[in-house]
Write a protein that binds this ligand. Structure first.
Ligand code: KIV
Length: 260
């Protein structure tokens, strides 16, 4: 699937259902059960590799998992791949080389973290045919600076995030992940943008939702407060995925207990 098809789906007012995915078997199950976008997240550093953060993940590892997911998807859904820490922050040219590797591996879009500091890079990539998803709010690759806590809770930081979102869109970004920010801010930002926003810990007002697959399957020892274990009562993995899709599309998930 290509970006215009995904955007057309979002424009019809349908909430986009996104899940992280790291291999071909799960990719097939996710696609067959209604997931619109598979995110090959650098969260694989934690979920697959057992690290404490996403920082040790390399570009070659991201390319390996992107290839596996793309084979499982077989063109039937949209694949976003994370640019890992250290592979894109130095310059637009470095980001282009890393993105080209992930696009050749089968990604339809790359995701990068950050606002103002990434504008030149987003412009550079999108003008060269590489769709870019932004990521604002809690930025896991900056955990050493911020810790894992909700962001943009003060007026100044909220205003900065709104500006960054608008600037990313103007630079060419086609989608935006909003992580761990107040629901009211996420809703306001979503209204101000034409591109779809995908929330995680950002309340119900976004245009779509994303969860880490292992959180949804109840495999995470200490799941984040914004996650829900959809395996509970589901019977099997396919049913859990369908329950997630139904809960997102009907607006039943996320609820107030998942928001900041
Ligand atoms: O890597 C990841 O799984 C992500 C999500 C938390 C959005 O970026």
């Amino acid at each position: 699937m290509f970006l215009p098809q995904l955007l057309a789906r979002a424009e019809q007012g349908e909430k986009l259902c996104v899940l992280t995915c790291y291999d071909a078997s799960f990719a097939r199950v996710l696609v067959d059960n209604g997931i619109d976008v598979l995110l090959v997240g650098d969260s694989l550093g934690m979920t697959v590799q057992g690290h404490a953060t996403t920082l040790p993940v390399t570009l070659e590892q991201m390319a390996y998992h992107t290839e596996a997911v793309a084979r499982g998807v077989a063109g039937k859904a949209f694949v976003v791949a994370d640019l890992p820490f250290g592979a894109y922050q130095k310059s637009p040219a470095q980001a282009f080389d890393a993105s080209a590797r992930l696009m050749a591996a089968g990604a339809n879009m790359v995701k990068l973290e950050g606002g103002a500091v990434m504008l030149e890079t987003v412009h550079f990539l999108t003008r060269r045919g590489i769709p870019v998803c932004g990521h604002l709010g809690l930025l896991p690759q900056s955990v050493n600076a911020t810790g894992y806590r909700a962001q943009a809770r003060e007026a100044g930081a909220a205003a900065q995030l709104s500006r960054d979102a608008a600037d990313l869109e103007a630079a060419g970004a086609g989608m935006l992940v909003l992580e761990s920010i107040p629901s009211a801010l996420a809703e306001a930002v979503s209204r101000q943008l034409a591109m779809p926003t995908i929330g995680i810990g950002a309340g119900p007002g976004c245009d779509g939702q994303v969860l880490v697959l292992q959180d949804l399957l109840g495999l995470t020892a200490k799941p984040p407060r914004f996650a829900r274990d959809f395996m509970r009562g589901a019977g099997d993995i396919a049913a859990a995925i369908r329950a997630y899709v139904a809960a997102v599309k009907t607006g039943e998930f996320p609820g107030p207990e998942h928001a900041f």
